[in-house]
Write a protein that binds this ligand. Structure first.
Ligand code: HEM
Length: 450
């Protein structure tokens, strides 16, 4: 190698390398890596893995998406669940897919999606009867209904939507599990694997029917898929997407967009409950703007602290805590460093969000960091990726997150125990809690009434 040296992280043991230290405490392990350099090398058995420990170098890598392409074992396994959709396809297929899908996320579409979000959130949160709720379950169920309604439109019968949501949940859980399990275990005819295969067949069949209905123009004119079907290829010369490809995209959106958004709202509610001063400020904002009603698109500019709280929760608990790329060329350089072809490179929003050079007291929950004009970046480093593969649903997610957090906070006082979030057993694909029990009581309106 020429140029800057890639630092070898000390502590590699014979045969296993850093595997033991990583598995013992993955998050603590990640946090310690930046002390060794901006680009460092780990060993997992015989496999070498590079980790980028600097936000600018991370963005440089993400911008060069043909050199540092999607790949590696996790993406290969995710492809099994989500097909060759936007999030998992290699860069050679990506430009066409992104051009086709981007109009569905254009700014002009967001107010319409926000209307759906408000309706779903309003109905769900109104139905809570307390005093105990699992916020994980509630936020996932909201995010799931929002996503399916925005994808396919309201012409979709609620019972069919619930059945599809159940199958997609099975695919999501199964896909996440299978991505981190040894391949041989995924092929065994265990009850979980058979359930996954059945759910996958049923969900794909049902989504293919929905897509045919959208193509036939059944009145779901405002849905995300109606935009895809009606605008594809317009002016670009791209081939239209087949039904099969559209089903892959629908599964991709579901996997990428439900648990991520729900998880960050859970963390925000928990962190606000654990930090009384920030919690009070959040509640004051939401209740003075909304009273007890649900938040809408028009309220968004009046809920800045709610957005800041969400961003800070996202910084502390980014769902995509470990994401990989595969180096595809011989002469790749990253900053000053030569990177061999075939190298797996990890970027981690969790690691970047804890850099002391970037964030004062990085472990401290401080929504004030995100006050307009305070931070250079508008969102925490790396939480939505970057370059051509940047999250296509970033604004959609932040809007949904703010509407959900504000509506819940306006209507309910939420209390959680410090150890309430049950974290997944790492290494899992996301940091989202699997359960978050909370005590909820109706909130007092600004005039003291309940
Ligand atoms: C807080 C919520 C969310 C977070 C933190 C998040 C995070 C991310 C990240 C880090 C990536 C880049 C992955 C990589 O570099 O390999 C990504 C990509 C993606 N996200 Fe999100 N996401 C969120 C919500 C959503 C939503 C709501 C949708 C859809 C409605 C969505 C759809 C996608 C898609 C399709 C991609 C792939 C984009 C491409 O490769 O062109 N995400 N997301």
């Amino acid at each position: 190698m020429t140029g800057g040296t890639i630092a070898r992280v000390p502590g590699a043991l014979p045969l296993i390398g850093h595997t033991g230290a990583f598995l013992k405490s993955p998050l603590e392990f990640l946090k310690g890596l930046s002390a060794h350099g901006e680009l460092v090398e780990l060993r997992f058995g015989r496999k070498r893995v590079l980790v980028v420990c600097d936000p600018d170098l991370t963005q440089e890598m993400l911008r060069r998406d043909r050199v540092y392409d999607k790949g590696g074992p996790i993406y290969d396994r995710m492809r099994e669940a989500a097909g060759n959709g936007l999030a998992t396809c290699p860069s050679r297929d990506h430009r066409r897919q992104r051009r086709t899908i981007q109009p569905a996320f254009h700014h002009s579409r967001l107010p319409g999606y926000a209307r759906t979000m408000t309706e779903v959130i309003d109905e769900a949160v109104r139905g809570w009867d307390g005093p105990e709720v699992d916020l994980c379950h509630e936020t996932r169920s909201i995010a799931s209904s929002v996503l399916l309604t925005t994808l396919f439109g309201t012409a979709f019968a609620p019972e069919a939507r619930d059945a599809l949501a159940r199958d997609l949940e099975t695919i999501l859980r199964g896909g996440l599990r299978r991505a981190v399990l040894p391949e041989a275990l995924s092929a065994l005819p265990t009850p979980a694997n058979l359930r996954y295969q059945r759910a996958r067949r049923r969900a794909r069949g049902m989504m293919a029917d929905l897509i045919r209905a959208v193509r036939a123009g059944d009145g779901s004119g405002d849905s995300l898929f109606a935009t895809l079907v009606n605008q594809h290829g317009a002016g670009t010369g791209d081939l239209p997407m087949t039904d099969e490809e559209l089903v892959d995209q629908a599964i991709t959106m579901y996997v990428a967009g439900t648990e991520t958004t729900a998880g960050v709202v859970c963390w925000a509610l928990h962190l606000a409950a654990q930090h009384p001063q920030a919690g009070r400020r959040l509640a004051d904002e939401c209740r003075s703007v909304l009273g007890h009603r649900a938040a809408t698109w028009e309220d968004l500019p009046h809920l800045p602290y709610t957005r800041q709280t969400l961003l800070e929760a996202l910084r502390l608990n980014p769902p995509g805590w470990l994401i990989t790329r595969l180096t595809t060329t011989d002469d790749a350089r990253l900053g000053d460093h030569a990177v061999p072809r075939g190298s797996t490179i990890v970027y981690s929003a969790y690691l970047l969000s804890r850099l002391p050079a970037r964030y004062e007291e990085p472990e401290h929950f401080a929504p004030e960091r995100w006050a307009p004009g305070t931070m250079g970046a508008k969102v925490p480093d790396g939480v939505f990726g970057g370059g051509a593969r940047k999250c296509i649903g970033d604004e959609y997610a932040l809007i949904e997150g703010v509407l959900m957090l504000a509506t819940i906070t306006a209507r309910w006082d939420v209390r959680t125990a410090p150890d309430a979030p049950k974290r997944p057993h790492l290494p899992a694909l996301t940091l989202n809690p699997t359960r978050l029990m909370a005590t909820v009581t109706p909130a007092a309106a600004p005039d003291g009434s309940r």
